[in-house]
Design a protein around this ligand. Structure first.
Ligand code: HMS
Length: 228
């Protein structure tokens, strides 16, 4: 598939994934964004597709998506890229296996981020998807590399696909956009369940070796042999 075909296909995927943010109730108004790296069989495309800033989800089309290089510069499109483009670009530059990035302000995960407290790994679903607690990243102001740097510094040596950026909200990563959206839905779910559990008492910890085995099974055996 040529690069223009790859870009077109990625535009379709990224547009469709924004509807998933609505479906899983992860956003209000326009407060979330999805991007996906443009795959390329030939030389690395070094491009990604992201939503245009501030555009309502029901107005998004594949054609309205914008294409950026890994420095976050607009390469193709007539709209301004998402205000989080610098963060997505930084992740793609520094985490080459990451193919998708998502940012939301989903309610429970953002409430944990406001307290700067990691979500403890007390659910098998957390061991499955995150391989341990969901960590907190540093407070960082939007607009330059600081959010992206905080995401990478927090996740680079972690199995987690989600980070709670302090006072801001969750960012998630994945092998592609779909995997990152799944992580965004899962981090909101576990944030809610663990919050409710802590209102009722003290959640029980899971032994590290069991977290390891649960994570390995889910990542390598569950479903049809791969998770996305
Ligand atoms: O968190 C913020 C702004 O503080 C952004 O992620 C959110 O408003 C979404 O912005 P975009 O519409 O993607 O530019």
């Amino acid at each position: 598939m040529g690069i223009q075909d790859e870009i077109r296909a990625t535009r379709d995927v990224v547009c469709r994934l924004h509807a998933e943010l609505i479906r899983w109730e992860l956003v209000v108004w326009t407060a979330g964004n999805v991007s996906q790296r443009v795959a390329s069989e030939g030389p690395s495309a070094d491009l990604f597709v992201i939503k245009p800033s501030g555009v309502r989800y029901d107005e998004l089309t594949p054609e309205s998506m914008v294409v950026c290089d890994l420095e976050g510069n607009l390469v193709e499109g007539d709209r301004s890229p998402s205000s989080d483009t610098a963060a997505h670009a930084y992740v793609y530059r520094h985490m080459p296996t990451v193919g998708g990035v998502v940012h939301t302000h989903s309610t429970y995960a953002t409430a944990w981020a406001a307290r700067g407290e990691e979500i403890p790994c007390v659910l098998t679903m957390m061991a499955d998807e995150f391989g341990g607690p969901v960590p907190v990243g540093p407070f960082a102001v939007i607009g330059d590399d600081s959010i992206g740097r905080g995401i990478v510094e927090t996740l680079r040596d972690s199995r987690s696909k989600a980070v709670l950026m302090a006072n801001h909200g969750p960012f998630t990563i994945g092998k592609d956009g779909t995997a990152a959206v799944k992580a965004a839905a899962m981090v909101e779910e576990v944030a809610r369940v663990v919050h409710i559990s802590m209102q009722l008492g003290t959640p029980l910890p899971i032994a590290d070796h069991l977290i390891d085995s649960l994570h390995d099974r889910y990542q390598n055996v569950y479903g049809q042999g791969s998770t996305s």
